[in-house]
Design a protein around this ligand. Structure first.
Ligand SMILES: *Cc1c(COP(=O)(O)O)cnc(C)c1O
Length: 355
């Protein structure tokens, strides 16, 4: 730390991303990436785009917005594209929380970091049994940010529940972070035309196998999109690079590849959850591409450490409310079979199961 930074930067506790280790090859089930490569159409388009890297990208990314708008049946004026959906969240906290913000006490860790960074007052209603209590967000009188499905629980709210929150807060922004919605949640995108206060934030990082490209988008009323654009043009007008623009267009258009990948993840998740339960784990009912699970036979941290030794990376959170659990990203079915067999070995070695 230098002596030059603002006091609030000195005090800030930054977001800790999941490990991206380089020491050896792991089966990586710790950052909710897709185990599948991007669509072959994406790979080809990116290669072609490199020839124009001497030129700035289109700051409006019109062609990409059109592709997204067509896919979701909205107007391109209702679409904002961003450098990862983290950028949308950043802008919401930076500029759209005039009366403060509320988000669940257990959720995506970045919300708190942004609130602290931008000096936004925040409240954090507690989950009940790992579930969001909708009544905590009705008539909130401040901005509401909710991940649906929530992280790291994987549990989702129904569209009716989301709508009740949006409808009861007409004078405040309600931002629904749908990073995981393609794996089984109900999207609030259909409500965009009806509510001017709703922002739906989504990402290509998980269900479209493009975490490395950094691409997210928001669907919202034209007025809110204008606000997001104003912030973008005041920070980083060329926020989406040329390769990512074409990658996004092809990823949206390759519907069959997208369907195939997300169905494979849903199937692997259901298989893995059932198998874990069969060996005594409690597994929260997930609508995401990860499961949150614990066992009475082994602590969360110990399981994490033992799996790491065996070449599997999962995510463990040291927060005392979460530390019995691990968040395990869903990989291929073969990844999940290998992981299950490692978990069984660990329990057998410790005399917890006899085989
Ligand atoms: C992964 C994730 C994001 C951010 O993803 P980007 O890679 O920045 O698009 C946002 N919200 C939640 C809840 C996430 O898990």
């Amino acid at each position: 730390m230098s002596k030059f930074a603002l006091e609030k930067i000195n005090r800030l506790e930054a977001y800790t991303p999941g490990e991206q280790p380089r020491d050896k090859k792991y089966i990586k089930l710790n950052t909710n990436e897709s185990p599948f490569p991007p669509s072959p159409r994406v790979i080809k388009a990116v290669a072609e785009a490199t020839g124009s890297l001497n030129l700035y990208p289109d700051p409006e990314a019109v062609s990409l917005k059109e592709a997204i708008a067509a896919e979701y049946g909205v107007n391109k004026d209702n679409v904002f594209v961003s450098n990862g959906s983290d950028e949308i969240l950043s802008f919401v906290f930076m500029g759209l929380c005039p009366r403060g913000v509320c988000f669940p006490n257990i959720t995506y860790g970045f919300y708190k970091v942004y609130a602290e960074l931008y000096g936004v007052e925040y409240t954090t209603p507690t989950l009940k049994n790992f579930r969001i209590d909708v009544s905590d967000y009705l008539n909130a009188n401040k901005t509401v940010v909710i991940a649906n499905p929530n992280a790291p629980t994987g549990i989702s709210l129904s569209l009716d529940e989301v709508e009740s929150i949006v409808a009861s807060n007409p004078d405040n922004v309600v931002c629904i972070d749908e990073a995981y919605v393609d794996f089984g949640g109900e999207s609030a995108a259909s409500l965009i035309g009806k509510y001017s206060n709703l922002i739906v934030a989504r990402t290509f990082s998980k269900s479209r196998s493009m975490a490395g490209a950094r691409l997210g988008y928001a669907l919202a009323s034209k007025q809110l999109i204008d606000d997001l654009n104003k912030i973008k043009y005041s920070t980083n007008p060329y926020n989406i690079n040329r390769m990512t623009i074409v990658a996004g267009i092809e990823a949206i258009k390759d519907v069959s590849y997208f369907e195939q990948c997300r169905q494979a993840i849903i199937q692997a998740r259901e298989y893995f959850s059932a198998e874990l339960r069969a060996i005594g784990f409690s597994v929260l009912p997930s609508n995401a591409n990860f499961v949150f699970a614990k066992s009475d036979r082994i602590g969360g941290k110990l399981l994490y450490t033992e799996l790491r030794k065996r070449g599997f990376l999962v995510r463990h959170f040291s927060d005392p409310q979460l530390d019995d659990y691990n968040r395990i990203s869903v990989g291929t079915i073969d990844d999940m079979k290998a992981l299950l067999s490692a978990i069984k070995d660990i329990l057998t070695d410790r005399g917890e199961i006899n085989e």
